[in-house]
Design a protein around this ligand. Structure first.
Ligand code: BGC
Length: 307
């Protein structure tokens, strides 16, 4: 490191502390903010389940405000979404006229990051370039809305006492994580919000389908979710499927079983889009799909848990 860089260190530390305070203090959308956040997962790679290479985009070419005159991303929409009930028809079209930036019948075409722009009749990714036009494997043009339940309990020993980390002295949090069948990464057991569906219904449905896969404790699970979760994030997700014209957004809520007597007791069983499910210790080594680890970090801050 150069000495000029060293002298910047205190300022950097201050900025990082401020950012942390901001994140813990208020809105999570500060995690993935248009104009600051640059794509990590959906740039400079092969589009998943295809042989389509994204057009190169360097760190400083991500934002639409940066000129990039040679930018010429391939157009790709996965053949498997054609004709699916959950997917939009192709564009341009004489008959399909989506109502952008609003509730379009039952389909929510609003972004949590404000009004997105349109270019040549197609919605523009609010973060910036991804190196790919079209919808890729996402069903909707513009925002595709998901919901993520972060179900947590405290880690306990055989005697039932909460386990703390010897270094930080803080309680260790555990969360239910599933292994996604599409990219094999561990993730929050979330899913897509169906048209017209209330997010609270999606949260319970996805958790039950992906992590429990049975219904014999249905009443208890129902009650646990009804008691309510704490919203920890609402906004853009740095998903590997995002394109210049279609992207993921999510609403994430934390459902915490404080004494471990409810969902904390359940045997987990992988189902639906999950190949595996487990209670996972939460700490700074946690590697999850997309920016799920950042979302979980917010739960850690709120619960003052070990990280
Ligand atoms: C997943 C959600 C995730 C979203 C964005 C959906 O397929 O079910 O858990 O937040 O994609 O990556």
């Amino acid at each position: 490191m150069k000495s000029s860089e060293l002298s910047l260190l205190p300022l950097l530390c201050l900025l990082l502390t401020l950012e942390k305070t901001l994140i813990s203090g208020q809105m999570m959308s500060s995690l993935v903010k248009p104009g600051i956040f640059r794509h990590l997962m959906c740039r400079n790679n092969m589009y998943p389940r295809s042989s389509v290479l994204r057009y190169p985009v360097s760190d400083d070419q991500v934002f639409w405000s940066e000129p990039y005159s040679d930018y010429c991303p391939p157009v790709y929409t996965s053949p498997h979404i054609g004709g699916q009930v959950w997917a939009d028809p192709p564009l341009p079209s004489d008959t399909f006229r989506p109502q952008w930036n609003q509730l379009d019948g039952q389909v929510n075409r609003k972004s949590f990051h404000g009004a997105y722009k349109l270019k040549d009749g197609l919605p523009l990714n609010p973060i910036g370039r991804t190196g790919l036009s079209g919808r890729g494997s996402l069903g909707r043009w513009g925002p595709n809305h998901a919901a993520d339940p972060i179900v947590t309990r405290w880690k306990r020993n055989d005697q039932g006492a909460i386990v703390t980390n010897p270094t930080t002295g803080k309680n260790i949090l555990q969360m239910v994580a599933i292994q996604r069948s599409d990219n094999k990464l561990w993730a929050i057991p979330g899913g897509m919000v169906d048209p017209g569906e209330n997010v609270s219904v999606t949260l319970k449905r996805e958790f039950t389908e992906e992590a429990l896969n049975f219904t014999d404790k249905a009443n208890m699970v129902e009650q646990f979710f009804k008691e309510g979760g704490v919203q920890v994030y609402q906004g853009y997700v740095d998903d590997f499927r995002n394109t210049d014209n279609a992207w993921m957004e999510t609403t994430a809520l934390n459902f915490h079983d404080e004494d471990g007597s409810k969902v904390g007791q359940l045997e987990l069983m992988a189902g639906d889009d999950a190949t595996s499910v487990r209670w996972t210790d939460v700490d700074s080594d946690l590697k999850l799909h997309a920016n799920h680890a950042d979302i979980v970090r917010e739960v850690v801050i709120r619960r003052n848990a070990h990280w």
